[in-house]
Design a protein around this ligand. Structure first.
Ligand code: AMP
Ligand code: GLY
Length: 422
């Protein structure tokens, strides 16, 4: 089989690493790929937004399966375009991907089908939102409705922070068109967890729960990023809660989306808050979480290509995914300054110094003059497994000590919540 992966991050690198373990797979291409991906697969210089060229490439190169990594091409309908050309792609089509593409759609849908989530009001005029806030006491949460790379959320402790938030999103248009409509929602207290499942329209199979660390600094302080590290399994999701998530969230989503004529195939990622009243949905994503999937894939023993084919073709078996009884962790090495301004083009040293039981998945890297250099905010995902979480993390941090680049930054407290539970 020939597989094309679309995207250029740590998620795509980890997926390609796993896909290559499938006995069916002969060749993998990645559009556009990155410095590390180029060592495993053939990078193809087509941007993930150029649907015409992507279809042409898949067609001419007899690609059997295309795996779409990021949300933008899914929300913009890449899977639809491939389907229209008779090509098989893993992921939801545009109508299904709206579950991530529009937080307003997701909220209305959840209310209609009784899926537990924070209560909320939707506004498309700043004046009305300001008026509404006058009647609230903090904390509450303001969200841009559209795609904002995980950054379109403001937690407001006070009314005045709420006014600033509305000003930033609706007047200063900090997230562009994504902020034309906003949601103001109830603040949920609890511990967060990411639940990723593969769905085929009617059924789904769950991966172990993972926990991301979104804030840039230790102790979960500072601005939110795409994610600074993740581990799995996350003990916050007990077996009982996992069954509850399946029954009260994942299956109702699949049944509801089918009823709406938006059959959901691909990754269904529920970002949950485990509250005193049980799990509630913070958001849905229509693709693998990053860095969560970097931590999850080393645990998956089932052939991932089989799962993706079954999902895309609507024929998943009602059989649990085979998971190694290990713990896994991924810590992100980022460019100093991220998620704000940071420098690029720094030479990365020590990549060949890491032990074999540690995997380095590249995100913002490129090959320049024969050297791997930084080219983004999140640069590397360093991942390992162990009999315990602390064993996995010791391996990861040990390897990170051998990798250097100018301005490298990473959190040293990944997994702190799990440690508190042991
Ligand atoms: P989202 O993109 O909707 O997942 O939001 C990004 C982050 O904001 C989440 O991972 C949470 O940490 C936080 N967040 C979002 N909604 C809420 C809420 N209703 N209550 C508390 N925290 C929230
Ligand atoms: N790690 C969070 C996300 O992928 O949205």
């Amino acid at each position: 089989m020939k597989v094309l992966v679309i995207g250029s991050g740590g998620r795509e690198h980890a997926l390609i690493w796993k896909i290559l373990q499938s006995p069916y797979v002969e060749e993998v291409y990645c559009a556009p790929g990155n410095g590390g991906i180029g060592e495993l697969a053939q990078n193809v210089p087509i941007p993930e937004t150029d649907f015409k060229k992507l279809v042409q490439f898949a067609d001419r190169n007899f690609i059997d399966l295309t795996v779409v990594g990021p949300e933008q091409p899914l929300v913009a309908g890449l899977v639809d375009v491939f389907r229209d050309h008779g090509l098989l792609a893993f992921g939801p089509d545009a109508k299904a991907a709206e579950l991530e593409g529009s937080k307003e759609f997701a909220k209305v849908f959840m209310h209609k089908y009784g899926i537990p989530t924070a209560s909320c009001q939707v506004f498309d005029k700043a004046k009305d939102a300001v008026h509404y806030i006058h009647g609230l006491n903090g904390p509450f949460v303001i969200k841009a409705s559209g795609l904002a790379a995980g950054k379109g959320v403001v937690i407001c402790k006070t009314r005045s922070e709420g006014f600033d938030g509305i000003n930033m999103i609706m007047k200063k248009k900090a997230f562009g068109k994504a902020g034309e409509t906003i949601l103001i929602e109830e603040y949920l207290a609890g511990e967060e967890v990411s639940v990723l499942a593969l769905a085929d329209g009617e059924r789904c199979v769950m991966l172990p729960a993972a926990q991301d660390h979104k804030a840039v600094f230790e102790g979960d302080t500072g601005p939110n990023t795409g994610g600074m590290g993740a581990y799995a399994p996350a003990p916050v999701l007990t077996k009982k809660l996992r069954d509850l998530v399946y029954e009260s969230i994942l299956m109702p989503v699949l049944r509801g989306m089918k009823k709406e004529g938006r059959e959901y195939r691909g990754v269904l990622y529920a970002g949950l808050m485990i509250t005193d009243q049980g799990p509630k949905v913070l958001e849905f994503n229509c693709r693998f979480g990053d860095p969560e999937i970097q931590a999850l894939l080393p645990l998956v023993k089932t052939d991932i290509v089989d799962l993706m084919l079954e999902s895309a073709e609507g024929r998943l078996k009602n059989k649990p995914v085979d998971i190694a009884s290990l713990h896994s962790a991924c810590v992100i090495m980022a460019s100093g300054g991220y998620p704000g301004r940071y420098r690029k083009g720094k030479i990365i040293r020590g990549l060949d110094q890491v032990p074999r039981d540690v995997w380095i998945f590249h995100a913002g890297t490129k090959l320049s003059g024969g050297k791997i250099v930084t080219s983004g905010g999140r640069v590397l995902g360093v991942t390992s497994t162990g009999e315990t979480l602390s064993e996995a993390l010791d391996r990861v941090y040990g390897a990170m000590g051998r990798i250097t680049f100018d301005g490298a930054y990473y959190r040293r407290d990944i997994g702190h919540r799990a440690y508190k539970r042991v």
